[in-house]
Design a protein around this ligand. Structure first.
Ligand SMILES: [Zn+2]
Length: 270
């Protein structure tokens, strides 16, 4: 949406330029076609993404195989969505990914991101996919649910990692940033409903509570916010929300004041 907006602005200013030049021989520029928008991430090497179904005989395994059979680009397409929300362009400083193995296994839970000797691994639960199908009876809605969950997990693969003493395990700010950014990507990609989180809590609560706040800042304060917030991992040490918000929005930015403003909005969402 944002890229299309930029394209429109470009075409509009081009038209103004031509109009001002007084050159009446120049034909008007063609109307932009939003459907033909170029995906700048299409040629980017997002890594070798493979899918391994270790639960092929289960209902969830069969549904996932059918989804991938219909759309062989299914997982790579989700990776490009993540990259487009996290980064301005392929020229940015981007976490390089060599291998990403997506595995379907039989366990209680939904999904998690981890790693092995080959690189990044995301494990999805066939039980969760099977029960999602039972709830919806609709394969395309199952595909949307998998996409939503993978937008979060794949963010962990491609996001820049903020650093501070204690790191992910011992530092609430780092943990809240990593888990909040992952849900912000899912939210900004359109795979949450606006009322999928309530009012209250703190931006240090992680997941949706942090993620919807980051998304609100992007929608209301700066359309490039999440790009800069993610890049703050390379520029802010020790990383913390207050400093990362100043890096992204300027020295006057105050994360606590923005949180209060966001809560006023959040209380109006039904
Ligand atoms: Zn996570």
């Amino acid at each position: 949406m944002r890229k299309f907006h930029h394209a429109l602005v470009l075409v509009t200013s081009l038209a103004a330029l031509i109009a001002c030049s007084g050159d009446r021989e120049t034909p008007p520029p063609p109307e932009p076609d939003p459907v033909e928008e170029v995906d700048i991430w299409k040629e980017y090497d997002a890594g070798n993404i493979r899918f391994e179904n270790r639960a092929a005989t289960t209902p969830g395994g069969r549904i996932t195989d059918a989804i991938v059979r219909d759309d062989p680009d299914f997982f790579a397409g989700i990776a490009r969505k993540v990259l487009a929300v996290l980064y301005e362009s392929p020229a940015d400083s981007i976490t390089r990914v060599r291998n990403l193995n997506i595995r379907l296994e039989d366990f209680d839970g939904v999904a998690y991101a981890t790693g092995d000797s080959e690189g990044n691994v995301i494990v999805l639960s066939c039980r969760w996919i099977g029960s999602t199908f039972l709830d919806t009876q609709d394969t395309s809605r199952v595909a949307d649910e998998i996409t939503g969950v993978l937008l979060h997990e794949m963010t962990h693969v491609y996001q820049l990692e903020p650093r501070a003493p204690g790191g992910y395990g011992g530092n609430t700010e780092i943990w809240a940033c990593i888990e909040g950014t992952a849900d912000a990507v899912r939210y900004l990609a359109g795979y949450f409903k606006e009322n999928d989180v309530g009012a209250g809590g703190s931006y240090l609560d992680g997941y949706r509570t942090t993620g919807f706040f980051l998304g609100w800042v992007q929608k209301n304060k700066d359309a490039k916010f999440l790009h800069a917030f993610n890049q703050a991992a390379l520029h802010v040490y020790p990383w913390n929300f207050a400093a990362a918000f100043k890096h992204a929005l300027g020295e006057a930015a105050d994360v606590d004041a923005l949180w209060v403003e966001y809560q006023t909005y959040r209380k109006t969402v039904k």
